[in-house]
Design a binder for this molecule. Structure first.
Ligand code: FES
Length: 152
């Protein structure tokens, strides 16, 4: 019997929202130095409502990373920025009817990539040009999503 739920298998085999948004309002990229997987999330935001209207992802990673990316892009659509920031790795895992414990870090990647995209969006919205995400470098997959700084 598979260790994965039907939802995980479905999002792995038929991932939703794959691709990039060329004129994205925020992009977040997170990598896990241990497994080498990389995830990139793009968001479009309605400025007036502070609401995410579109989300896409590109993931180089395991099946769980693909399923969690797919699910998180579904979860955030239509949410306000504040609501989207409440999405945690637990939210993503629960929406997929659970993940094996050894794969929980994969949903962490998705939640952190989303937060990084939102941080970049907020940085730009505050009138800063060239907002850049700090390079990820942490061996333990712990990523400081606040580390987004305006460019020169
Ligand atoms: S094993 Fe690396 S994200 Fe899943």
């Amino acid at each position: 019997m598979s260790k994965y739920s039907e939802k995980v298998m479905d999002h792995f085999k038929n991932p939703r929202n794959v691709g990039e948004i060329p004129d994205a309002d925020g992009v977040g990229e997170i990598g896990n130095a241990t497994c080498g997987d990389i995830m990139k999330i793009y968001i479009k935001v309605d400025d007036d409502e502070d609401r995410i209207t579109e989300a896409k992802f590109q993931t180089f990673g395991c099946g769980a990373a693909i399923a969690t990316s797919s699910m998180i892009t579904e979860l955030v659509k239509g949410k306000t920025i504040d609501e989207a920031l409440q999405i945690s790795k637990k939210t993503v895992a629960e929406a997929l009817d659970g993940l094996p414990p050894i794969k929980m870090h994969c949903s962490n990647l998705a939640a952190d990539a989303l937060k990084a995209a939102i941080n970049e969006y907020r940085c730009r919205k505050n009138g800063n040009a060239g907002c850049k995400q700090a390079p990820f470098e942490d061996e333990s997959c712990h990523y400081h999503t606040e580390d987004i700084t305006p460019g020169e």
